[in-house]
Design a binder for this molecule. Structure first.
Ligand code: PLP
Length: 613
C-alpha cells in the first residue's frame, strides 16, 4: 500500500483491506467498504470477457461534488463573505450521461457548462436543480448562439461567456431578433501565468479571453445597444491541474481587481467565475510537480473566497457570488480501469553456451566475469562486463564476431545482470534496471484509448495490482498495451521507489488471476481516448454503494464496449457488405473443406466480438 502511495492519491476513496485487496470507500472516509475483487467476481459471474473494464463508483462523484460545495460554504461562513457559491460542472471533462446526471443530481445546486454545440444540447436536456448557473463557453457560431438564446428560458441564469470580442456582434444581432436574451459574461485574459502541463491556458498568449482594452470596448458596445445590464459575470481560467497555490493566489488578486473596476462601470455585474484548475495528487507527492499539487481543497477554497473578499473590500465593492468550473476534481477518482495481463515478454536465457575451440577473447573474458561475479559480487566486475558487452557489439559490426558468439555474449551479460540483481545490488546502488532485464507484461488495454494523457503529455497515473498488497512486490516490471505501437506503454510509474521507470509487481505464477488497476481515470481519460489500432471503447460498469447488499454494492448498469464491427463502421466500412464479401470469398476458397461452416460462423462472431483480447 505504502509503496504505491495509495493513501496519498486515494484521498480517502481507496485503501487496502485485510485480504490485501484494493477496497473502495465511496464516502471518502478511508473505511474499506467495497472489495474490488468482489466486484470483479460478481461481474465475471454474469458476463464473459469483462477485461478491460472501467468501473465507475457513482457515489464518489456525488461525494466529491458535496465536498467541494461544503468547503466553499464553510469558508464563506467562516469569513463572513457576503456572496454565495455556485458550482458549475464543465461536461467536457467527462460527458458520459451517467456522470453528468449524477453530478447534476448531487443536491448541491450544481450547474453545467458547455463548450461546444453538442455539449450545449446535452446540458439543456439534463435536469438541474433550481437556482443554478449555466455557463456557455467555447467557440460559438450562429447555431450555437441561437440555441443559447432558446435555452435562456430553459435554464436558470444561462450565461453566454464572450471569449473573443468578435462574438459580441453575433450576440447583439440575435438580441435584436429575439425577445428572450441570455445573460452575458466576459472571459478576461489575465497576465498571471500558471505552471504545469496546462499552463498555456493562462497568460497573455492564451487562446481565449479579452485583454483589458477589448473588455472596455465590449462595455461600450453593450451600452450603445442598451444591453449593459446583461453583463453579469467575469470569468478567467488558469488552466487545468494548477500545481502551485501561489499562481492561484495571484490570479485571484488580479481577477478580483478587474472585477472591482468593472463593477464600477457595470452595476449589474454580480458573479466572478474563477474557472477550473483544482488539481489532483496523481503521484501522491503533494508537491507542485506536474502530476500533483501543493495544496488541498480547503486551501483552494480559502484562497478564492478570502482573496476576492480582500480586494473587493479594499475597492469598496460588494462581494460577488463565486462560481467555479471544477471538472477534474469532481470526476477523477470515480472511475478506474481493471485489466488483466495477457502475456509476458522476457528474454529466454536458455541458450547453449558451450565452449568452442578458438573462441573470441571477448567471449572468454565475459565467461570469466560470470564465474567470478557468482562467487563474489563487486561493482568493478559489473563494469568489466558492461565494457566487454559494448566492445562485443562493436566487434560484431566490424565483422570480427560471429552471430553465435554475439548471442552467447548477450546471454552471458544478461545472466551477469540477473546475478547482480539477485544479490539486490542494483537496487541498493539505487540504479535503474536495464530495460532488457525487467519483465515486460502485456496488458489488455490501449494507452491511446484509456490513458491518453500519459502518452500525450506524460501525465502520471497510478497503476497498482489490485490483490496481494499485503506482500511486498519484488519484481521490477514494465507494462505495455496491446496496440502494435511501440509508444503503447507506460513509461513512468507512481511508486515510492526511487526507480520510477518500473512498476514493482509480485512474482506472477498465475497471470490470469493477477489484475491491475489503473486509477484516477475519471477526468478526461475516460472520454478523450482515441481508437488507435481500432481498439475501441472498453466495457463499463456503474456501481453503487448498498449497505443492504451482502458485499456492500450493487451493479446498476453494465455497458458493453465496442465490437470489431462498431470500429469498422467508424472507419466507414459498410459492415454488411464486408461480411457478405468475406463469406463469399471464404465459401469459394474453402468449398471443399470440412471446416467451411466453422469458418463462416467464426467470421460472424469475430465481427460481433470485443476489439480487446
Ligand atoms: N473551465 C474551462 C474554461 C476550462 O478550459 C477547463 C479545462 O481546462 C475547465 C473549466 C475544467 O478544469 P478542471 O478540469 O481543471 O477543473
Amino acid at each position: 500500500e505504502n509503496l504505491f502511495s495509495i493513501k496519498e492519491w486515494g484521498d480517502g476513496y481507496f485503501t487496502v483491506n485485510k485480504k490485501g485487496h484494493i477496497a473502495v470507500c465511496p464516502k471518502g472516509n478511508c473505511s474499506p467498504d467495497i472489495d474490488l475483487i468482489d466486484v470483479i467476481n460478481e461481474l465475471q459471474a454474469s458476463h464473459s470477457n469483462i477485461f478491460p473494464i472501467a468501473i465507475r463508483f457513482t457515489d464518489i462523484l456525488r461525494n466529491q461534488t458535496q465536498r467541494l460545495r461544503k468547503s466553499f460554504q464553510e469558508t464563506i461562513r467562516a469569513s463572513q463573505y457576503q456572496g454565495k457559491y455556485f458550482g458549475v460542472y464543465p461536461i467536457k471533462v467527462n460527458q458520459l450521461c451517467g456522470v453528468v446526471e449524477e453530478i447534476a443530481n448531487a443536491k448541491c445546486q450544481m450547474g453545467l457548462e458547455a463548450g461546444s454545440k453538442a455539449e450545449l444540447l446535452a446540458i439543456l436536456s439534463t435536469s438541474t436543480t433550481e437556482n443554478t448557473v449555466t455557463i456557455l463557453n467555447g467557440y460559438k457560431n450562429e447555431d450555437y448562439m441561437k440555441m443559447a438564446f432558446i435555452g435562456s428560458r430553459l435554464k436558470d441564469n444561462l450565461t453566454v461567456v464572450i471569449e473573443k470580442l468578435s462574438e459580441i456582434h453575433l450576440f447583439l444581432k440575435l438580441a435584436r431578433e429575439h425577445t428572450a436574451i441570455p445573460s452575458l459574461g466576459v472571459r478576461v485574459k489575465l497576465t498571471t501565468e500558471s505552471s504545469g502541463k496546462w499552463r498555456d491556458s493562462s497568460g497573455f498568449n492564451s487562446k481565449f479571453g479579452l485583454v483589458t482594452s477589448e473588455i472596455l470596448m465590449l462595455i461600450d458596445l453593450l451600452r450603445e445597444e442598451q444591453l449593459l445590464h446583461k453583463l453579469k459575470l467575469i470569468h478567467f481560467h488558469l488552466g487545468s491541474q494548477i500545481p502551485n497555490i501561489h499562481t492561484l493566489k495571484e490570479s485571484i488578486i488580479e481577477g478580483a481587481r478587474v472585477y472591482s473596476h468593472l463593477k464600477k462601470l457595470c452595476p449589474q455585474l454580480e458573479y466572478i467565475n474563477t474557472g477550473g484548475g483544482l488539481g489532483i495528487d496523481y503521484d501522491g507527492s503533494a508537491t507542485a510537480s506536474n502530476s500533483s499539487r501543493n495544496y488541498k481543497l480547503k486551501e483552494y477554497t480559502d484562497n478564492i473566497v478570502q482573496g476576492i473578499m480582500q480586494i473587493c473590500d479594499e475597492e469598496n465593492v460588494a462581494h460577488p457570488h463565486i462560481i467555479t468550473e471544477n471538472g477534474r476534481a469532481l470526476t477523477a477518482h470515480h472511475s478506474c480501469i481493471v485489466t488483466n495481463i495477457v502475456n509476458q515478454i522476457q528474454t529466454d536465457l536458455n541458450f547453449d553456451l558451450s565452449i568452442e575451440e578458438e573462441e573470441n577473447a571477448l567471449l572468454q573474458n565475459i565467461r570469466d566475469v560470470l564465474t567470478n561475479i557468482k562467487q563474489n559480487y563487486r561493482v568493478q566486475l559489473l563494469h568489466d562486463a558492461t565494457n566487454l558487452y559494448q566492445h562485443s557489439l562493436q566487434a560484431f559490426k566490424m565483422g570480427i564476431l560471429s552471430i553465435t558468439e554475439r548471442a552467447k555474449i548477450e546471454v552471458i551479460y544478461l545472466k551477469i545482470l540477473q546475478e547482480v540483481s539477485l544479490q539486490n545490488a542494483l537496487q541498493k546502488a539505487n540504479k535503474n534496471l536495464p530495460l532488457y532485464l525487467s519483465s515486460h507484461y502485456i496488458c489488455n488495454f490501449s494507452v491511446f484509448q484509456s490513458v491518453i494523457d500519459h502518452w500525450a503529455i506524460e501525465q502520471l497515473i497510478p497503476i497498482v495490482p489490485i490483490q496481494r498488497l499485503q506482500e511486498r512486490p519484488t519484481n521490477y516490471s514494465m507494462l505495455a498495451d496491446i496496440t502494435c505501437d511501440s509508444d503503447g506503454k507506460i513509461k513512468k510509474y507512481v511508486t515510492k521507489n526511487s526507480n520510477k521507470n518500473h512498476i514493482p509487481l509480485h512474482d506472477i505464477t498465475n497471470k490470469e488471476k493477477y489484475l491491475l488497476g489503473i486509477f484516477l481515470t475519471g477526468a478526461y481519460q475516460d472520454v478523450m481516448g482515441d481508437n488507435h489500432n481500432l481498439l475501441g471503447r472498453i466495457n463499463q460498469v456503474y456501481i453503487s454503494h448498498d449497505e443492504t447488499a451482502e458485499k456492500n454494492f450493487r451493479i446498476d448498469r453494465y455497458v458493453k464496449g465496442s465490437s470489431v464491427k462498431d470500429l469498422l463502421k467508424v472507419m466507414h466500412y459498410d459492415t454488411k457488405s464486408l461480411r457478405q464479401k468475406l463469406c463469399e470469398k471464404i465459401s469459394q476458397k474453402y468449398r471443399d473443406s470440412s471446416h467451411l461452416q466453422d469458418y463462416l460462423n467464426f467470421c460472424s462472431t469475430y465481427l460481433e466480438d470485443s476489439t480487446y483480447i
